[in-house]
Design a protein around this ligand. Structure first.
Ligand SMILES: [Zn+2]
Length: 648
């Protein structure tokens, strides 16, 4: 069998040419029932058909042995093939020529992603060697440029810096190593010219390899040495590089983040290097994007205490600060409980960037500045207030309106009321007026960097429509709402919970277009079954690259990461009578209510530990529980009404 890689395009061609019903019927008799087909399972021995084939979704599932998946999964299971072998076998059946990539896989899993990583690793080594050893004028200029900016000595070695000469040198080098032009282009170290010739992407630039958390290069940033645009050129998104998840320097910063509990975020890679070399090692940079929720999640997993966003004092830094205010949401309020995110911000004074600041004022002063960073909420309010002349009535009125906008996303939180009262006192406005204005605010839709919706969106859109669509016999029964934490036996409510999770994931897998509008549910649900959590993550990851995917592609991709997922995700075909979006809304509200229930249980447990809390903290926590409980009761009432409606 041929070596080399099979591209996604080829896999897709094979998939389209291999009708699942036809492939099954070449092996066993297949009978149509309604819009589906049934057969005796080709995998386990049986006399009556329990294997269902769905021609619309191109999926199959055997209700006898529990196996299921797409067409490739069928050949893998029936004939004991690998995924790759099953593609080749079906390609031969359909007479589809496959263009194999050059060379052998280098990754343990032999995947195309591993291949692209190998391209980046080889490119990073090439650039580094150019910087350190090349006698060319360009390389000499790059060395001079770096040492002139305080990035000489050991720094190029520590940070694996490089020099990109351009002129096709990298392309020639990588092709000699056996990589194909397509692989270079897909890894974005090369581009295809108009004449279809493969050319270097980076020319005469100082190169900063961007690594994943393990320290493997997956992309590059290139800085121009003289004048010219763009000053910084980053790799575009590739199958192995997603700007919204990667942070520059994380692989070198993660230990310091764990030991200090603090993560510092700056704007540029040279800032990261300057701070780390000055001894502030728990620092990373975003890559030309605003901080995203995925970044925050990543950072929270390394730094347990807080994340400090350090903004440059210049205009661009201030624009970034304004963008960051779009991050404020309920995860910053006490209601978030243990999942609360402590995101702080500080602006460097006097138009300085972090590198200049450390150079001129020293590292101790920087540490003091970072320690004094304010929570993003008060930072944002201060910024808005500072933009107005508070000595004049019009100035004060405008300041109140703008400062309150910062609180809009969390307007119902107790914290918002506290801050509103502070705004009132700063602007010498009556508290009642400010609170009334707060209550009238509309919570904004999340900004683009937060792709997930909020709980409120799920809550607001009627569970009523969902109820009508629930198929008979599927009205979910919410067993007693007691938290099951610590119970040694799995309770009925826990069994129910996991069934709902499974049902929702199946629904999403079979209706990717519906799932796409429930990314918030996929991301925010506290999955009780760890497998469900991994499946949800795998789906989200696949959606970022393939928002238009079909069910079979999605399930196949998830199954390639998590082999046991295919059986599960094809297991629930029964719900095909219900409108999938309505059912998804219903199930997602069910899970969200369960999560809120868990949160309240956790907060109540904290309340029991009286000695750990000050009187003030106790009061605040108690109030929080009261508010959340009220919210929960309301939501449960609406939700139950809708489930009654469906069963009658
Ligand atoms: Zn079977």
């Amino acid at each position: 069998m041929a070596d080399g890689f099979i591209s996604d395009d080829d896999i897709q061609k094979v998939r389209e040419a291999s009708d699942i019903v036809a492939v099954f019927s070449e092996r066993v008799p297949v009978k149509q029932r309604g819009r589906d087909f049934w057969c005796c399972c080709p995998i386990h021995q049986e006399k009556t058909p329990s294997c269902k084939i769905d021609p619309a979704l191109q999926l199959w599932h055997c209700f006898g042995c529990g196996e299921g998946g797409d067409i490739f999964a069928f050949l893998m299971k029936a004939d004991g093939l690998t995924f790759r072998e099953s593609v080749i076998k079906l390609a031969e059946r359909a007479h589809i020529p496959i263009s194999y990539g050059n060379g052998k896989p280098t990754g343990a899993d032999g995947s195309y992603k591993a291949r692209l990583k190998a391209v980046c690793k080889e490119a990073a080594d090439f650039y580094h060697l150019q910087l350190m050893r090349s006698a060319s004028d360009g390389a000499a200029k790059a060395r001079a440029y770096l040492s002139g900016r305080g990035l000489g000595g050991q720094i190029p070695k520590t940070w694996n810096l490089g020099y990109a000469p351009g002129g096709g040198m990298l392309v020639r080098h990588l092709m000699q190593k056996g990589f194909s032009g397509k692989e270079l282009i897909d890894a974005n170290v090369a581009v295809a010219g108009r004449d279809n010739k493969v050319r270097d992407r980076f020319y005469e630039r100082v190169m900063f390899p961007i690594c994943d958390v393990q320290g493997e290069p997956i992309a590059f940033g290139g800085r121009i040495m003289g004048q010219g645009q763009p000053k910084y050129l980053n790799s575009q998104e590739t199958p192995i590089f997603h700007k919204s998840t990667v942070l520059y320097g994380l692989h070198l910063a993660k230990n310091a983040m764990a030991s200090t509990g603090v993560a510092i975020v700056v704007e540029g890679y040279t800032d990261v290097i300057a701070l780390a070399e000055a001894g502030v090692k728990n620092v990373v940079a975003t890559l030309g994007t605003a901080l995203t929720m995925q970044h925050i999640r990543t950072l929270s997993s390394h730094a347990k205490n807080r994340i400090v966003y350090l903004f440059d004092g210049d205009e661009a830094g201030q624009r970034a600060a304004d963008r960051a205010l779009g991050f404020i949401d309920s995860s910053m309020t006490p209601e978030a409980g243990r999942k609360r995110i402590d995101l702080c911000a500080v602006t460097l004074p006097d138009n300085l960037d972090p590198a200049d600041f450390v150079g001129q004022r020293g590292v101790e002063e920087l540490r003091a500045l970072i320690d004094g960073a304010k929570p993003l909420l008060s930072y944002g309010i201060e910024r808005r207030l500072a933009a107005h002349d508070l000595s004049r009535a019009e100035g004060r009125a405008a300041a109140v309106t703008e400062a309150l906008q910062v609180l809009a996303p969390i307007k119902d939180s107790l914290l918002a009321k506290d801050y509103a009262i502070q705004i009132a006192s700063r602007t010498r406005t009556r508290e009642e007026d400010v609170l009334a204005q707060l209550a009238r605010l509309k919570a904004p839709r999340p900004v683009q960097s937060r792709d997930w919706g909020t709980d409120e969106q799920v809550k607001g859109n009627g569970a009523k429509e969902a109820s009508a669509a629930l198929p008979e016999g599927q009205a979910p029964v919410r067993a007693n709402a007691q938290s099951t934490h610590g119970a040694s036996q799995v309770s009925a409510s826990e069994i129910n919970r996991r069934r709902f999770e499974r049902q929702l994931l199946c629904l999403f897998a079979q209706n990717p277009s519906v799932a796409l509008s429930f990314c918030s549910t996929l991301a925010q649900t506290r999955w009780h079954d760890a497998l469900h959590g991994r499946i949800a993550d795998a789906m989200l990851e696949y959606f970022t690259e393939h928002p238009d995917c079909k069910a079979a592609q999605l399930i196949s991709a998830v199954q390639n990461e998590i082999p046991e997922a295919g059986n599960m995700l094809t297991s629930s075909f029964e719900s095909s009578d219900a409108a999938p979006d309505a059912l998804a809304l219903y199930l997602s509200e069910e899970l969200s209510i369960g999560d809120l229930d868990d949160t309240i249980a956790e907060l109540r447990a904290q309340l029991k530990d009286v000695n750990a809390l000050s009187a003030e903290e106790y009061d605040q926590l108690f109030q929080t529980v009261v508010v959340l409980q009220k919210d929960l009761n309301e939501r449960r009432k609406t939700h139950q009404v809708s489930s009654f409606a469906s069963s009658s």
